[in-house]
Design a protein around this ligand. Structure first.
Ligand code: AR6
Length: 179
């Protein structure tokens, strides 16, 4: 894991599994509109959380691209799960703005709930096909500009599935914070 600290808080990059971040108050789900289990991150989060999560999600669905809703963590080691619907690349437009809205709205939901730390996967870069490099730039830029306006969130972690995604996020973060 590597960490960079700015006045408003710290931004961490780590390789790993979003369901195995016990020291974070909130984790983010790369959800589907119906807030159902599905594959990828959503499948892993619902598997680890258990059926209570799907039950809590049901009345909150459907959500629109860019939107975020918050639930409890159930069987996860985290107090909150923030469910975001990323844009389907090549379909939901403007994709960049919708992806930025995911990160901004997720941070705001966690902040409103009093969370001090939140872990994100790379939203939209799996089944939804968003290319990793531009997605990383949008994610990092949105976190860097949003953090100073938040009350309680002070630690943001990006949990990346492989070393390539980890290196892209780390390089993007360090370039944005340089100078
Ligand atoms: N921990 C961290 N990152 C992960 C994990 C994990 N356990 N599993 C996958 N990734 P995706 P999307 C990475 O497809 O593109 C679902 O079926 C993965 O390598 O989970 O927003 C939902 O039901 C990729 O880089 O989310 C939706 O229908 C990133 O997380 C749809 O997929 C996101 O991959 C959402 O698609």
């Amino acid at each position: 894991m590597t960490t960079r600290t700015i006045p408003a808080g710290s931004i961490e990059c780590v390789t790993g599994d979003i369901t195995e971040q016990p020291d974070m108050d909130a984790v983010v789900n790369a959800a589907n509109a119906q807030l159902r289990p599905g594959g990828g991150v959503a499948g892993a989060i619902h598997r680890a959380a258990g059926p209570g999560l799907e039950q809590e999600c049901r009345p909150l669905a459907p959500i629109a691209p860019g939107q975020a809703v918050i639930t409890g963590g159930h069987g996860l080691p985290n107090r909150h799960v923030v469910h975001c619907l990323g844009p389907v690349f090549g379909h939901d437009e403007p994709a960049d703005e919708l992806l930025a809205a995911c990160y901004r709205n997720a941070l705001q939901q966690a902040d409103d709930a009093g969370a001090r730390s939140i872990a994100f996967p790379s939203i939209s870069t799996g089944a939804f096909g968003f290319p990793l490099e531009p997605a990383a730039r949008i994610a990092l830029r949105t976190v860097i500009v949003t953090l100073p306006g938040l009350q309680s969130v002070e630690r943001v972690r990006f949990v990346l599935r492989d070393t390539q995604a980890m290196e892209i996020h780390q390089r993007t973060r360090d370039a944005m914070l340089a100078g």
